[in-house]
Design a protein around this ligand. Structure first.
Ligand code: 5GP
Length: 126
């Protein structure tokens, strides 16, 4: 399947420095910043620097180094936020909306890290 990347999407602009962001952590392959409309006390978006449209695109096409860096960055942010359940934090939820059914608004692969309040069950009834 061909994934078509729109280089004018808002996260591409953030990566190019055309739009400011509240950075939490940046690494060689990954950028993490606060969501502009937080849905929980802690709401961080983690994005690869590479041009991937959605999670499956990233998982299938990114290099091992990018995938490793992305996952380590998610783990580091959970530690920075103090939300790791194994370490006495309150836990968190990862969301990767991908495509139409999931109402993905920004077509650049991202994972939401949500924490800081009880998050309820995973899905609302359709
Ligand atoms: P999606 O629905 O695509 O999974 O989520 C996109 C997220 O990007 C939303 O939670 C939205 O609040 C966030 N967002 C959209 N535009 C901006 C922006 O310019 N800056 C930041 N920091 N977040 C944004």
């Amino acid at each position: 399947m061909a994934y078509e990347y729109d280089s004018e999407n808002i996260f591409a602009k953030i990566l190019r420095g055309e739009i400011p962001n509240s950075t939490v952590l940046e690494t060689e392959h990954t950028l993490a910043f606060r969501d502009i409309t937080p849905q929980a006390p802690e709401h961080v978006l983690v994005i690869p620097r590479g041009e991937y449209v959605c999670f499956d695109h990233f998982a299938l096409a990114a290099s091992d180094a990018e995938i490793l860096d992305f996952n380590r960055t998610v783990g580091k942010i959970c530690a920075m936020l103090g939300v790791q359940p194994g370490e006495g934090g309150g836990g968190y939820r990862l969301i990767a909306n991908s495509g139409e059914a999931a109402v993905q608004e920004v077509p650049h692969m991202h994972v939401h890290i949500l924490a800081g309040r009880p998050l309820g069950r995973m899905l609302n009834p359709a």
